[in-house]
Structures are given as C-alpha cells and as structure tokens.
Design a protein around this ligand. Structure first.
Ligand code: ADP
Ligand code: MN
Ligand code: MN
Ligand code: MN
Ligand code: MN
Length: 339
C-alpha cells in the first residue's frame, strides 16, 4: 500500500467567473487509484459562495483523475460539486448542463496574460513597451522577456505528464500574452482538461510570483490585443455528412441564438468584441472562410471538403467557462435537424 496525496479540485460559486479551489487528503491505495476507488468528499460551501452558513456542506464527486508530476505520489482529482445527497448537481455545476456530447470534439485556444506587480510581464513600470508587432510567435529577450517561456515550457511538461491533451503553445500579439490549446474528443473531456490546465498554470506561477490575468481586455481601450478562447468544434454529423444546406441552417441557428451564446462567452466581452483586433462586433453575427474578423471562422479545409469538418467560434473569451461554452454550442447544434 502507498499513501497518495489526493488533490480534490473544483469550481466555486463566484459569478460571473468561477475560481478554482483545491484541498488535499491522504489515502492509501494499492497502486495509482482509479476513479471508482476515489470517495466522495465534502467542503464548507459557505466559504465558496455555494451555501448558506447554517447548512454549509457541499459534496465533491470525483470525475477525472490525473497523475501529478509535481508531487510525490500526487493525484489530481477533478470534481463536480453536488448537493448533500451526492446525486443532485449543485446550481454552480455547469458541467452537469452538458446533456449529450457524444461525438462532439472541442479544441479550445486559451489566451492569457502573465502579470507581475499589477502590470503585464515585460511592461515597464510606467508607460508602454514598443507597440505590437514583434511579440506574436516571437523569439528573443526583447520579444518575450526572461521568464515567460520557462513557465510556458514547464506548464506544457506538467500537462503532458498528467495525460492532458495539450496541443500546442505560442507567444501572442501583446507583450506578456501567450496561448495554449487543449483538444478533446467529448466536450466534457476537453473542458475538464482545460480547467485542469488552468489549475496547473495557476499553481505553477505561484513560485514565480506571477499572476495569470484571464480578463478579456486587461489593457482596456488601447491598441493592445484582448484575450479570447476560440472554441473549435465538430460533431459526428459535421465531420461525416455536413453539406452546404446543413451548414447554412446551422449558421442561421447560431445567428438566432446570438444572445444566448454571448451570455456564456465570458464577462466584459463587449470590451473585446469591438470589430477591431481580429474580432466581429458583439452586436453582429457573421461567418466567413478564413475570416478572422468573423464571429465564426470557416476553415478552407471545411469548404474544400464539401462542408465537412470543424468550425471555429471566435467569440468566447479568455475568462469563459468551457463547460458553459460547450453546453450552449451543443444546444444550438441540437436545434438544427440533420438530414
Ligand atoms: P488558430 O490560432 O489558427 O485559430 P490553433 O492551431 O491555435 O489555430 O487552434 C486550432 C484548434 O482546432 C486546435 O486546438 C485543434 O485541436 C482544433 N481542431 C482541429 N480539428 C478539429 C475538429 N475536427 N474538431 C474540433 N476541433 C478541432
Ligand atoms: Mn477542517
Ligand atoms: Mn491559436
Ligand atoms: Mn490566438
Ligand atoms: Mn483561433
């Protein structure tokens, strides 16, 4: 038997953006524990905006297990929050709102800023660095500074060691801004792994004295890019059947549900979806082939393949909850009849 450090991780009840929370318990297992072996656990919901003080118990239900390469005998246990009966999802549990994700594939592109002392990493104490241009996919101290790449590489290794389907990294358009991509077959799988990757990034940067700024427009109304979390998605039908008529019906449904989508695509998105900086206005819906100024970008490969493949919804922002984003996309997709 070995004593394992089980880090139970969940989303709290803060709105509009939940925070990641975690606490450790030690348990003995004969080998690395499976999901089935992990017990339910509880926490004080009155400290996380998930319960009143008088009846404060909430239940943690393990849903995914990952090895934790940063800790001896470490286990990362991603949980859903349940009511005291252990069966009813808590109101803050948006993962439970994803009804059917069979055959749905999602690729999320997480953009974010590194912040130090309240400023983007690499910004001078006052004023601004040289304007945007050399930073995107840049190399060299002038472009990316001295510590960002070290963190990004370490994060990548920790994610891969955990079995997270991390697909890549790049320095982004603003100084101090980066991106990583997570892809999953099954929207829950993709969203689980995005939340776990966010957790690992936040934990990693503690030791560097650096914050992750997920706000979609941290530098306000300036010529510095905001941060998005583009959601690339496909379903079995889109990949295998598709067709122009189905695609056009799908886009009409997305246009009709524009407000429902914007409602879950992250807070303050009107500051980012302005029609500038490779975005469409928050008040309009459009789609276009290879068009980075559209709400939905249609890859060349989609059109060239008889309207089969995946689409990129460019509107979700960096603070968005991938559970709610996937849930809404799949709801709109489900509203369109398939041939
Ligand atoms: P860009 O920056 O040009 O928009 P990225 O390479 O950063 O592109 O992201 C594209 C994303 O699309 C990747 O995360 C990838 O996994 C995802 N993707 C590719 N094929 C599919 C598919 N069939 N269904 C869903 N997502 C997909
Ligand atoms: Mn206690
Ligand atoms: Mn990208
Ligand atoms: Mn990007
Ligand atoms: Mn993209």
């Amino acid at each position: 038997m070995t004593k394992y450090k089980l880090e139970y991780i969940w989303l709290d009840g803060y709105t509009p953006v939940p925070n990641l929370r975690g606490k450790t318990q030690i348990k003995e297992f004969d080998g690395f524990p499976t999901l089935e072996q992990l017990p339910l656990w509880g926490f004080d919901g009155s400290s996380t905006m998930q319960a009143e003080g008088r009846s404060s118990d909430c239940v943690l239900k393990p849903i995914r297990v990952f090895p934790d390469s940063e800790r001896t005998n470490g286990v990362l246990v991603l949980c859903e929050v349940m009511m005291p009966d252990g069966k009813t999802p808590h109101a803050s549990n948006k993962r439970a709102t994803i009804l059917d994700d069979e055959g749905a594939w999602f690729g999320f592109e997480q953009e974010y800023f590194f912040y130090k002392n309240g400023r983007p990493l690499g910004f001078p104490e006052a004023g601004y660095p040289a304007p945007q241009g050399p930073y995107y996919t840049g190399v060299g101290y002038k472009a990316v500074g001295d510590v960002a790449r070290q963190i990004v590489e370490e994060h990548l290794d920790i994610c891969l060691a955990a079995g997270i389907n991390h697909e890549g990294i790049n320095a982004e358009v603003a100084k101090g801004q980066w991106e990583f991509q997570i892809f999953g077959k099954g929207s829950k799988r993709a969203a689980d792994e995005m939340w776990m990757a966010r957790y690992l990034m936040e934990r990693l940067t503690e030791k560097y004295g650096i914050d992750i700024e997920y706000h979609c427009k941290p530098l306000g109304d300036t010529d510095w890019n905001g941060s998005g979390m583009h959601a690339n998605f496909s379903t079995t039908y889109l990949r295998e059947t598709g067709g122009k008529a189905y695609f056009e019906a799908l886009m009409a449904a997305f246009e009709g549900a524009r407000e429902d989508h914007i409602a879950v695509y992250g807070p303050d998105n009107h500051l980012r979806l302005t029609g500038k900086h490779e975005t469409q206005s928050i008040h309009q819906f459009s789609y276009g082939v290879a068009d980075r100024g559209a709400s939905i970008r249609v890859p060349h490969s989609f059109v060239n393949n008889d309207y089969k493949g995946y689409l990129e919804d460019r509107r979700p922002n960096s603070q968005g909850d991938p559970y709610q984003i996937a849930s809404q996309i799949l709801k709109t997709v489900a509203s369109v009849p398939t041939g």
